[in-house]
Write a protein of this length. Sequence first.
Length: 126
Amino acid sequence: MQRYEYKVVPAPEKGLKTKGVKPGAPRFAHTLENLMNGLGAEGWEYIRADTLPCTERAGLTGSQTIYRNVLIFRRGLESDTGETAETAPDPILIEAMPDPEPDHAGETAEPDATPDSPREDSIAAQ
């Protein structure tokens, strides 16, 4: 079974100044590209970007919900034998045991709920 570890990093909010890169969208894209390439070089695989709510303090006693953009990465974990998650052998499947039959030794039988039951006839006669 493949096992992964995950890394969640805040997405950049603005582009960093870089020589030769125009301001605006190109600068932001370059900043994001550098972040993703840096994590990719460390073995992290990009999964997705999410926007998640975060409750933060506002003033002395208040709170407000702010939405944060995050980037989610993952990479395979090594097993105890030194194999990576990609080369680990397939797991062995074991058939589940059937559920045991319930023990009816201490239970009493319920009366039948058929219309011919004497209990219902006595109730109907009243």
